[in-house]
Design a protein. Structure first.
Length: 277
């Protein structure tokens, strides 16, 4: 797929895209509480666009390991006003939610993508995405945020994630959803080794014939490998992003947009380089 319609915008996959993270939550794992104020959130979104973000992904409920869900109404109260303020900007907006109520309200407010961490685990969300004709990010998660990191076990993590995504792609297509982006779900019900294997074998997901989104930004596997706190993981994030691009990622989800944009540009250039000797 070369392009995808997202509301009034077109995503073109002739290069790797950067999705900027905008968490308007008080308790997200790396930036919780920084952008709960609508004014600060809007300014941060504008800065990410200036830094090169191709998409802004807005989330109103933390899905960090051990987190608890919030009500539909509370989540939309956090994201709705910001979605409306950002709708006129020149990049597509994504709503990071698994709740149909929130997804519908946000698409009505200007979102052009639904980013569902449950991978269309809710039939109502599947029906909604089909009705609204918006692209959907189908992510893999083992368990729920509150328990997903409690000893996740796989025989072959990449194969099992790929099988899950294949089944959800078929479900989505049978419901009339044409535009599907897949996300193997780094950090969502995976050990450090599982996350490393996903990045190493990311090219295997190409057989599913959907754009691939990867979100290694500031994740715990980087801290576990290099002994780093959350605010010390930029270099590990950039290494992970570059490897993801080389192995087939079409979109990388990032907190540090300016730095990740540069890493993506270099990785794209290396990947596309032609031998002239």
């Amino acid at each position: 797929m070369k392009e995808m319609k997202c509301g009034n915008h077109i995503l073109k996959f002739d290069r790797t895209l950067v999705m900027g993270v905008l968490n308007v939550t008080p308790d997200s794992f790396s930036d919780g509480g920084l952008f709960v104020d609508a004014g600060k959130a809007v300014e941060h979104a504008k800065q990410m666009i200036e830094d090169g973000a191709d998409i802004i992904d807005i989330g109103g409920e933390s899905t960090r390991p051990g987190s608890e869900p919030v009500s539909d109404e509370e989540e939309f109260a956090r994201v709705g006003p910001i979605m409306q303020k950002l709708a006129k900007l020149d990049v597509p907006l994504s709503i990071d939610t698994y709740k149909p109520f929130v997804a519908r309200k946000c698409v009505e407010a200007g979102a052009g993508i639904i980013n569902d961490i449950t991978g269309l685990g809710n039939q109502e969300m599947t029906d909604l995405a089909s009705e609204l004709k918006v692209p959907v990010v189908v992510m893999h998660m083992k368990g729920e945020p509150r328990n997903m990191q409690q000893n996740p076990v796989y025989k072959d993590a990449v194969k099992e994630i790929k099988d899950f995504l294949r089944e959800r792609i078929l479900k989505a297509k049978s419901a009339g959803i044409d535009d599907i982006i897949i996300d193997p779900g780094i950090g969502f019900g995976k050990t450090t080794e599982h996350n490393l294997q996903i990045l190493k074998r990311l090219d295997e997901f190409k057989e599913l014939k959907c754009p691939i989104l990867v979100g290694p930004s500031r994740k715990s596997f980087i801290g576990n490998v290099a002994g780093l706190k959350v605010n010390e993981r930029l270099e590990g994030t950039l290494a992970s992003v570059a490897i993801a691009v080389m192995n087939g990622a079409n979109i990388v989800r990032a907190h540090d947009v300016k730095e990740c944009k540069k890493a993506v540009q270099i990785a794209d250039a290396i990947k596309g380089a032609r031998w002239t000797g």
